[in-house]
Design a protein around this ligand. Structure first.
Ligand SMILES: Nc1ncnc2c1ncn2[C@@H]1O[C@H](COP(=O)(O)OP(=O)(O)OP(=O)(O)O)[C@@H](O)[C@H]1O
Ligand SMILES: [Mg+2]
Length: 351
């Protein structure tokens, strides 16, 4: 097994990664974990199993390389581990809880946690964020049970533990979990000044029109550059509905216009999408006419949500923003959408 520190250093030496002192400052934490995890656990009948090594809670601003470091770490470990994304993982937990309750299990989380812990030594949990009390309580108790089962947690987040679920309803119920995180995980802030995701887009056009094969290939190149070409569908639960971003990886989503605007979705759905992504690629935005009033209206709502959340937008479209919707109901309102689409193309947008 090669050490993470060596692998990281070789990527910097090869020019694949930019040298970054803030990232280098996290290396000892990963090194500590890798060494501790490699040690065989001595179990005896007479004594309690030893406490697992402390996990890692890596937090900081967007695009600083938290997920990249965590993923690279996971990829060089030689032991059973699982890497999950917050939304996908919570959804799986909800489904399993539902099934356990159906079987009449009283403490439904117990078997769910046992199943999660069963075959792994490390759970890498990307983009920890807590927005509702149900998730807050589930995540809290789950982490507690994983810790008892000896599973080490590594997680990334944009917030310090003490800032999680801030101003949330019944937050006092969540406070013991913050304490648990601070006790079981080493908390490290990645303070790098560089947003690498933003950097990758500097100097690159982000609005491609006409929507021809050149546009498709330029957009494809950006996607490859931002994600390495790896992705999976991201399903967001909104008021019991599924809102699907067909391709997602590390904060970058990729959809076609009709995936999001050709279905009866509304503001709550678009807000959830805007919250889940940092960069969104929208392909195949068509020129809209009188018969596309609903699509135009949804598109305007989507752009408003992305604008408010300062999401970076990359589009391929049949026409310039001002020419996308010029006839039909709501064209006056659409002028704001066009203006926002222009503003969102500027280089310092989302800085
Ligand atoms: N040192 C580096 N040199 C070059 N590229 C880097 C470096 N660190 C990260 N990147 C790239 O920057 C992009 C953003 O990194 P990453 O997704 O890990 O950020 P993050 O901190 O997890 O952001 P977020 O909080 O939005 O999830 C990725 O494409 C990643 O490969
Ligand atoms: Mg990330």
């Amino acid at each position: 097994m090669r050490s993470f520190v060596d692998i990281y250093a070789s990527k910097v030496a090869a020019g694949e990664l930019t040298e970054d002192p803030a990232q280098a400052a996290v290396l000892p934490e990963f090194d500590r974990l890798q060494t501790a995890l490699a040690k065989p656990v001595k179990r005896s009948w007479l004594s309690k199993p030893p406490a697992p090594p402390k996990g890692l809670y890596l937090w900081g601003g967007v695009g600083r390389g938290k997920s990249m470091m965590m993923d690279l770490f996971v990829s060089c470990l030689d032991l059973p581990c699982r890497r999950v994304h917050f939304h996908a993982f919570m959804q799986e937990i909800h489904v399993n809880l539902h099934a356990a309750r159906k079987r009449g299990v009283e403490d439904a989380l117990a078997p769910v946690a046992v199943a999660v812990a069963a075959d792994i030594k490390l759970l890498a949990f990307d983009e920890m964020q807590i927005t509702d009390i149900t998730d807050a309580m589930i995540v809290g108790r789950l982490f507690e049970k994983l810790s008892v089962a000896g599973v080490v947690v590594v997680t990334t987040s944009n917030r310090a533990p003490s800032e999680l679920y801030k101003h949330g309803i019944n937050r006092q119920l969540f406070l013991p979990f913050i304490k648990l995180i601070e006790e079981n995980l080493n908390v490290h802030e990645l303070v790098s000044p560089t947003d690498y995701r933003q950097d990758r887009l500097v100097g690159s056009p982000v609005y491609f029109t006409p929507d021809d094969s050149t546009a498709q290939s330029q957009l494809g190149t950006l996607w490859q550059d931002l994600t390495g070409g790896v992705s999976a569908a991201l399903t967001l639960k909104v008021k019991g509905r599924d809102v699907v971003v067909p391709n997602y990886h590390n904060g970058v989503g990729r959809v076609r216009f009709f995936d999001l605007c050709g279905q009866p979705l509304g503001a709550a759905d678009y807000l959830a999408v805007a919250e889940a992504v940092r960069v969104l690629l929208i392909e195949d935005i068509p020129q809209l006419g009188r018969s596309n009033f609903n699509e135009a209206k949804r598109f305007a709502t989507l752009i408003d949500a992305l604008y408010e959340a300062r999401v970076r937008l990359i589009c391929s479209a049949a026409a310039s923003p001002e020419m996308l919707y010029t006839e039909g109901e709501g064209t006056f309102e659409f002028e704001r959408t066009a203006s926002r689409l222009r503003e969102m193309q500027s280089e310092d947008w989302a800085d």
